[in-house]
Design a protein around this ligand. Structure first.
Ligand SMILES: *Cc1c(COP(=O)(O)O)cnc(C)c1O
Length: 399
């Protein structure tokens, strides 16, 4: 308990509790017991964000652009900027306004392929956005009209990719132009753009570097067919994070190696690169602390669920989480005696269930907290307030 800084005045148990400008240090269990949070509580380690930023900035041979949607938290955006990430992928006018406010000098890439004319106009005229992505001719005309035929546009053509599984070709995704259309779009954009890019996105949590190789080969074909020179190749996001229960991942350097060697083989290595990671920059930076409200056998009713911070668990996108029990009374729970549990979320919807299995001590009881680790990506960002159970707090942790 010695290391824990505790301002006694904190109304720590209040809903929506946030401790501005206060950083905690010490054992997570001690900090949590001290605060005794009633609502789900996020712990954020900004230094871990900075570490991940450093990995990209030193190892990725091009510009690193943070995909804001993954976690638009203010501290995260500012930490990334301070760590040297100076460009942000934004997808809505709300994200444009927010990042512009937090990082006034940042470069913003408006990377949604379908934008409203109003959003394009405001981004261009009020927020200095020059970079826009598109995957159709209509969107190109829309961008030109909404910016009053601006002469300083940076345009990015997003291409569709084969489905990211085995060798099966499936171009029917939500975003991106098919190879022929992508080539035509590059031709159409070239005379209009001061900077022209080609974008791909292999899909999120892409555990196999080969996917990037396959994608770059498609890009190479698109480029050759277009006979147009581009100024930048955007290899997207999708860089994976090691979650518990998943296969050990190849190191980040393997992804970089595959990307650079494929570019070389395709004679594309003179083209400047950029990437748009979300998950890989922020996933490890946060834990989510939830409380057990009731135990029924191996079913734990907890105070967060699939409509808020644990969407992934319900969708079985991630079957497993690294969990740690924190006893409310300081009594040691039997960590050596782990039992598989299911979770029930707090809302009245019977779909709000998480199969897990979540491995926790057999003697866990109502009132205990559970620290769920590696929750920096797509948890906070996805919270809804269904049933008024969306409230959560956040504290900053020192390394
Ligand atoms: C979501 C998204 C990303 C980030 O994906 P991660 O898997 O979180 O790295 C990058 N680019 C685009 C276009 C996206 O939609």
């Amino acid at each position: 308990m010695t290391n824990v800084i505790t301002p006694k005045s904190f109304a720590a148990r209040a809903r929506g509790f946030v401790a501005p400008n206060h950083a905690y240090s010490g054992e997570v269990a001690d900090v949590v017991r001290e605060i005794a949070p009633v609502d789900p509580l996020y712990l954020l380690w900004p230094e871990r964000v900075a570490d991940c930023a450093k990995m990209f900035l030193t190892q990725f041979p091009g510009e690193t652009v943070y995909a804001t949607k993954c976690n638009p938290d203010k501290t995260i955006i500012q930490t990334l900027y301070r760590a040297g990430v100076r460009a942000f992928d934004v997808a809505s006018i709300g994200e444009v306004r927010m990042v512009r406010k937090l990082a006034p000098k940042a470069k913003l890439y408006f990377m949604h392929t379908v934008k409203s004319p109003e959003a394009i106009a405001e981004a261009y005229k009020r927020h200095g956005v020059r970079s826009f992505v598109l995957d159709s001719m209509d969107e190109l005309y829309k961008i030109m009209r909404a910016t009053d035929l601006a002469q300083d546009l940076e345009l990015f053509v997003r291409m569709a990719l084969p489905k990211n599984s085995k060798a099966q070709i499936d171009f029917s995704t939500k975003f991106g132009a098919l190879p022929y259309d992508a080539s035509e779009l590059l031709k159409a954009c070239r005379p209009v753009a001061t900077r022209l890019g080609l974008c791909l996105h292999v899909g999120t949590q892409c555990t196999d570097p080969i996917a990037y190789k396959r994608a770059i080969k498609v890009a190479s074909k698109v480029l050759r067919a277009s006979k147009v020179n581009i100024d930048v190749l955007d290899v997207g996001g999708g860089f994976p994070v090691e979650y518990p229960g998943s296969q050990p991942l190849p190191p980040f350097s393997d992804f970089v190696d595959v990307i650079t060697s494929t570019l070389k083989a395709e004679k594309m290595d003179a083209i400047p690169l950029m990437c748009e990671p979300g998950r890989a920059l922020v996933a490890t930076a946060m834990s989510l602390v939830v409380r057990v409200e009731a135990r029924k056998g191996n079913l734990l009713h907890i105070n967060d669920g699939t409509y808020a911070g644990l969407f992934d668990a319900g969708a079985q996108v991630r079957a497993r989480y690294a969990t740690k029990a924190i006893s409310f009374n300081g009594m040691q729970r039997r960590e050596q005696d782990l039992t598989p549990y299911r979770f029930a979320g707090p809302t009245c919807d019977s779909l709000d269930m998480m199969k897990g299995p979540f491995m926790l001590p057999s003697d866990i009881v109502a009132g205990d907290w559970i620290e769920i680790q590696t929750m920096g990506a797509y948890s906070q960002a996805l919270r809804s307030n269904f049933n008024d159970f969306g409230h959560s707090g956040q504290i900053i942790m020192k390394r």
